[in-house]
Each structure stands twice: as structure tokens, then as C-alpha cells.
Design a protein around this ligand. Structure first.
Ligand code: ADP
Length: 462
């Protein structure tokens, strides 16, 4: 076998238990995630950090494998047993040979909006009508569920009032079980190791909670609606590929009554609120420049992966405990440049060509970055103050651009302006922007090299 070599930061999954480590070695259990720190002088060994316990030690590379990214795959399904609109006789055919507990769910043809749970038992197929009423699903008017995933989870563990517990899903042709794929690649986390804490935010599709996963502080986004959860699987798939200090890191997902996306906890919330609530008296322009540079570096990384964010704004940038800004919310991130669905666009942040012709690109992200710079340097003001969305669309198309925020360094305002070039090609790349920002940061802090950077991040007041 060719000798592998893992770079620092590589995430690995333990293939088995290592309960009795020798001195200097790390203990772990099968499935634990470990981050490579560096190669060791001992052949075949790496120095690694246990992602949950934070402990460091040596690991033998043959006992772990690299955590793979998930491939973006539309057939990846949270509901592989869902067959859509098929008839009762079709369902019976699909459940042959009718082993006990083999099941599928179909949409009811006779009662639109309802579903049917078809289960094989004693060589026959029983069809249970699943009634949708008051936003809930029920078979027996006793057990109620928010969604199908929830219902299947329940009847897989409990017989309730049906003939048998559900033992084996009959997968729709071409569907791949997200649960199986996530588990194989090491991204499926265990709900029993999660402690949920307080609600810390409300997203468009679900609440965000603080929590702890095996000793590590995490944020958990819960998505209860099964259709939305399926759509978010895409976001998660994209996140499995990305590792950068300025992107909010995905730890994994939990499948339980919907989808839970577990990420690192960014204790200081979103950047818009952060700068708004602290204001000029606490945050100076050097610190604002650092946030700008953080976001730019995260975006430069996305640019290098040819990924387009599409929803870059200060509300989607989060601030860590040690005041590092990281880009989050990859809900709309796509490899291609066309919007397939009718998503609501954040007009004040979206480049004109993206608004008009749905042409999204890294260069439309650069436009949004210009607006984000404006938000940062105006301490969290709403862009285009007092203008309606239609007014913004019309005026920006006609060449109108926002003025510089109060006390904004002229060099930063010129960066905003080049981000807002009408012609996408004339806008800089994130790579170029980062170079320019670094120069500005250096000018404002002539005494500080890159090592000094942490020191001048927001002081105790932040
Ligand atoms: P939306 O769906 O509106 O884009 P999110 O669901 O991503 O928003 O997040 C809503 C809010 O929850 C954020 O504005 C932020 O305050 C909080 N939040 C989200 N993710 C995290 C995190 N990893 N750490 C801390 N807070 C978070």
C-alpha cells in the first residue's frame, strides 16, 4: 500500500477502539473523530487531538482513516423509504417477498395530502392510512407526529397500534440512505452524547440551540420539517468538504425527529449584532479591519474551491469566543451558477446581474462582500438606509452606490467601490482583496506583524 501522508488539520475517524494507550498515545473509541496535528518521528504515527476530549497524543495511522467529504448527490435521502405517488398494488409488488417488517411510505392517491404506510407481515401487506390534520400526522388518533421521519423512527422502535415494528425499509429505486452514507463517512453523530442547552437564535427554518457534544461546546440547528431537512442535507454535504479557520466548522449531523446540524459554537453571535451592540466606543477601525480580513480569507478559500456562497452578509458571519469572524450559512451555496428554485433573494446584498439574470458567481459574492464591508464599517447599520427594495434595485442598476460610512478609512471605501463595479469582471477576486486588506491592516498597525494580530483583536470590552 502506498504510504499516506496527512496534512495538519486532516480529520480522521477511528476504525476501532484504542482503550489502553501506551504512554504518549491517545485513547479513543471506534468512530471518534481525531484531528491531525503533525507527523511524528515514530514511523506511521501522527500527533493528533481528540475532537471531543481535547486530549493530544500519538495515533497509529493504520487504526484511523481520513474522514471523507460527502459527495453532493441528489439521490441522498433522509427518507429513502418514501416512494411518492404509487398505487396500493404497486406498493404490494415492491414489498415482495413480503418479509415481516419490510415497509415503505407512499402518498395517498385517494386522499390527497395523506400518506399510506405499507408494511409486510405474515406474507401480506397491510396499508395504514396516515392522516394529516392540524399540521400533524397520525395513524390511530393516539400517536401524533410532526413529520414522516419522526413517525418511521417511532414505529421502528415501538409497535404501537400497527401489526409489527418496522424492521427494514424498502428503498425507492435510486435513493441512497443519507443515514447510511453519513454514518459510513463518519459524519453521523450520536444523539445520546448531545446535551441541548438554551435557544440562541432563530433561523428561517428552525431554531438554533447551544449544546455540548462529548464535552465540546456546540451549536445545533434543528430542522423539523422533513422537506426542509432534505433541502438542508445539501448544505451539510457542502460543509463536509470545507475546512478553514474562517468558515464555521461542521462537526456532524444527528438524525432524530428531523435533522440536527451540529457546528462549532460561535459564542459571540452574528457579526451584524456584534458590531451594532458594541459600537465605536468598544471596537476601533483596526478591529473592524480584522473582521473584514477574516471574512475575506474565508471567502478566498471558497473562491479557490469554486464555490459560490450567494448569501454573504454580516448576519451570516459569526464571531467566536476569541473574536474571529467566520462565514456561516451555506444554505444557498452551490457549485453551479443558476438558481434552480425560486429562493427569496437578499436584494440589498445581491449583485445586479444576479438579481436580474440569476447569474451568481464568485464575482457576485464579491459584490455582497462590498456591502458586508459597508455593514462592518457602519457598525451594523442596515444597508441603503431608508430605501425600499424596489428603489434599491432600480437605483443601483442606474449606477447609484452607497456613500462611505461615517469615519470609514478612504482606502476601505475604495475597496467597497471596486466590489460594486457594475461589470462583474472588473471586480477584484477575493485573493486580490485579501492582499489589499492586509496592506491596509499593516498601515494602520505599522508595529504589528502577523503574530501581533491576536493581541490587537478586540480587548476586554468585546
Ligand atoms: P438563518 O437560517 O436565518 O440564516 P441560522 O439558522 O443559521 O440563520 O442562525 C440563526 C441565528 O442563530 C444566527 O444569527 C446566530 O445568532 C445563531 N447561530 C447560528 N449558528 C450559530 C453558531 N454556530 N454559534 C452560535 N450562534 C449561532
Amino acid at each position: 500500500m502506498a504510504e499516506m501522508s496527512w496534512a495538519a488539520g486532516t480529520q480522521c475517524v477511528a476504525k476501532g477502539d484504542h482503550r489502553k494507550p501506551k504512554p504518549g498515545e491517545l485513547a479513543y473509541h471506534k468512530g471518534d473523530i481525531l484531528t491531525i496535528i503533525e507527523t511524528s518521528t515514530k514511523k506511521g504515527f501522527y500527533k493528533a487531538k481528540h475532537n471531543s476530549s481535547g486530549e493530544e497524543g500519538l495515533i497509529n495511522s493504520t487504526n484511523v482513516r481520513e474522514r471523507e467529504a460527502l459527495r453532493v448527490d441528489p439521490s441522498l435521502s433522509l427518507m429513502p423509504w418514501f416512494h411518492g405517488k404509487i398505487s396500493g398494488p404497486d406498493a404490494v409488488c415492491k414489498l415482495q417477498p413480503a418479509e415481516d417488517g419490510l415497509f415503505l411510505v407512499r402518498e395517498s392517491i385517494r386522499h390527497p395530502g395523506d400518506y399510506v404506510l405499507c408494511v409486510a407481515v405474515s406474507g401480506k401487506v397491510i396499508h395504514y392510512r396516515v392522516i394529516y390534520q392540524d399540521n400533524k400526522l397520525t395513524i390511530d388518533n393516539t400517536q401524533y407526529f410532526y413529520n414522516l421521519i419522526d413517525m418511521i423512527e417511532f414505529y421502528s422502535k415501538n409497535k404501537g397500534s400497527i401489526a409489527t415494528t418496522l424492521l427494514k425499509p424498502k428503498q425507492k429505486h435510486g435513493a441512497k440512505s443519507a443515514e447510511v452514507e453519513l454514518s459510513k463517512t463518519g459524519w453521523l453523530l450520536d444523539i445520546s452524547k448531545l446535551t441541548l442547552g438554551e435557544n440562541i437564535g432563530e433561523g428561517e427554518f428552525g431554531a438554533v440551540y447551544e449544546g455540548e457534544y462529548m464535552g465540546q461546546k456546540v451549536a445545533v440547528k434543528t430542522i423539523k420539517c422533513d422537506v426542509t431537512a432534505q433541502a438542508f442535507l445539501q448544505e451539510t454535504t457542502v460543509m463536509t468538504k470545507l475546512q478553514h479557520k474562517n468558515l464555521v466548522r461542521l462537526l456532524g449531523v444527528i438524525l432524530h425527529k428531523g435533522l440536527h446540524i451540529v457546528t462549532e459554537l460561535m459564542t459571540k453571535g452574528n457579526l451584524a449584532n456584534f458590531v451594532r451592540t458594541r459600537g465605536r466606543s468598544v471596537i476601533n477601525s483596526v478591529q473592524l479591519l480584522h473582521f473584514s480580513l477574516d471574512v475575506c480569507e474565508g471567502m478566498e478559500y471558497l473562491e479557490s474551491k469554486k464555490l459560490v456562497h450567494r448569501d454573504l452578509a454580516a448576519r451570516n458571519v459569526l464571531v467566536s469566543d476569541d473574536n474571529v469572524a467566520k462565514v456561516s450559512d451555506f444554505g444557498l451555496t452551490k457549485l453551479d451558477s443558476k438558481v434552480s428554485d425560486n429562493v427569496k433573494l437578499p436584494v440589498k446584498w445581491t449583485a445586479p446581474e444576479a438579481l436580474k439574470k440569476e447569474k451568481f458567481s464568485t464575482k457576485s459574492d464579491v459584490w455582497s462582500y462590498g456591502v458586508l464591508l459597508w455593514e462592518i464599517f457602519s457598525y451594523g447599520r442596515q444597508p441603503y438606509p431608508k430605501m425600499s427594495l424596489s428603489e434599491v434595485k432600480e437605483k443601483v442598476e442606474g449606477g447609484y452606490r452607497m456613500e462611505a460610512p461615517e469615519d470609514c478609512p478612504p482606502a476601505v471605501y475604495s475597496l467597497m467601490r471596486i466590489c460594486w463595479e457594475q461589470e462583474p469582471r472588473r471586480r477584484p477576486t477575493f485573493h486580490k482583496l485579501r492582499e489589499k486588506l492586509e496592506r491596509e491592516t499593516g498601515k494602520l498597525n505599522p508595529d504589528l506583524g502577523s503574530e501581533g494580530r491576536e493581541g490587537i483583536r478586540c480587548g476586554s470590552g468585546c
